[in-house]
Design a binder for this molecule. Structure first.
Ligand code: SF4
Ligand SMILES: [Zn+2]
Length: 356
């Protein structure tokens, strides 16, 4: 059984009570993965400042998020320590990249212009991915157009990003900011950094000639539907000042999380898809590409409406992602909009959730 525990770096960050609960929950999960296999790989399509690209998305297995080991974010079900010993060697990481290249050859007619690398942690943290591996990966994908690497803001440094920009790649750092509101990030998500650190990271990226893609989380636990909507509207606008792309993603209920415990006890409902549409429509004039990928849409554990209209609203959201045209939302309606409006008007943080 994995026993999450904070290393010195993580100690004293976040909320002690949240960390303690999350450590207890994560300790119930016992999973080990092969360090020579990526966590996941898939081919998709993405809207970027350089246009719409076929994308190769890679989730590298680097041994698990260090923050998760300390307890970590209330909605995140990633395993705290997913490989024996907690770290993955250069050779094993490069094997994972080979598996991803094979996957691309088998599943796409051409090479993807965009490569996105996530680690469920920080690709730029050298304890997860060493400098040698980072440079080798930059070379491997040096002939593509764009690359996105995920990192917490602490590890974003000009020199590290230069490995990619020097290959001639349009480079972006994906930062899981979750919200621009420090209080919500600390108290609801249990993420330890401040908005200011995100701004500093975006400045470091800018110095390296790289851009920022900010990830936001709609409706962490303890917020009502209307508070979640307002939090996202202001977050999208504040992020747009520092990031060229904002990806606003609704919370889904993952196993082995605090959100799951609340959901199980009828204390949490994922956001309505109408709320996602409302934020996208309202912030369409923000100076950034704003997209959303409602994972698990239409299911009880994912963002959902009444069951009848979920696929249609999801399709409108995906259309908006590619075209950035808010009129797509005027083409969908459903009787459940009235229920959603009542929830937005009446639900409070101490009466959650008002409707399922
Ligand atoms: S959301 Fe990211 S930082 Fe938070 S615990 Fe999960 S992997 Fe770690
Ligand atoms: Zn409906």
């Amino acid at each position: 059984m994995s026993k999450p525990s904070p290393e010195v770096y993580e100690r004293g960050k976040g909320m002690d009570a949240h960390n303690e609960v999350m450590r207890g929950i994560r300790a119930q999960k016992d999973a080990q993965y092969d360090p020579h296999e990526p966590t996941r790989v898939w081919i998709d399509e993405d809207n970027t400042p350089g246009g719409v690209y076929q994308s190769l998305t890679i989730i590298l297995n680097t041994g698990g998020c260090r923050w998760a080991r300390a307890g970590g974010c209330t909605m995140c079900g990633y395993v705290a320590e997913s490989v024996e010993g907690g770290s993955v060697t250069h050779e094993a990481l490069m094997d994972q990249i080979d598996v991803c290249l094979d996957h691309e050859r088998e599943n796409a007619d051409e090479e993807s212009g965009l490569v996105k690398i996530y680690t469920s942690g920080s690709f730029l943290d050298e304890r997860e991915v060493g400098a040698e591996t980072r440079r080798a990966i930059a070379e491997t994908f040096g002939d593509r157009e764009r690359i996105v690497v995920e990192s917490l803001p602490d590890f974003v440094e000009r020199e590290k990003l230069a490995d990619f920009t020097e290959q001639g790649l349009d480079t972006d750092v994906a930062i899981g900011l979750e919200t621009a509101t420090d209080r919500v990030r600390h108290d609801c998500v249990n993420k330890y950094f401040d908005f200011e650190e995100f701004v500093a990271a975006s400045e470091a990226a800018d110095e390296a000639g790289a851009g920022v893609k900010a990830y936001l989380l709609m409706k962490p636990p303890f917020l009502s539907e209307s508070e979640a909507i307002e939090d996202m509207k202001s977050s999208v606008r504040r992020c747009a000042e520092h990031a060229h792309t904002v990806s606003m993603n609704p919370t889904n209920v993952q196993r082995y999380t605090m959100v799951d415990e609340l959901y199980f006890r009828d204390g949490y409902r994922p956001p309505w898809l109408w709320s996602v549409a409302e934020v996208l429509e309202d912030t369409a004039d923000a100076d950034a590409i704003v997209v959303s990928d409602p994972v698990g849409h239409g299911s009880d554990r994912g963002p959902h409406n009444c069951g009848d209209c979920d696929d249609r609203v999801q399709k409108a959201i995906k259309d908006f992602d590619l075209r950035q045209d808010p009129s797509v939302f005027s083409e969908v309606d459903c009787e459940c909009e009235a229920t959603w409006e009542a929830v937005v008007e009446r639900e409070t943080a101490y009466s959650l959730p008002l409707a399922r």
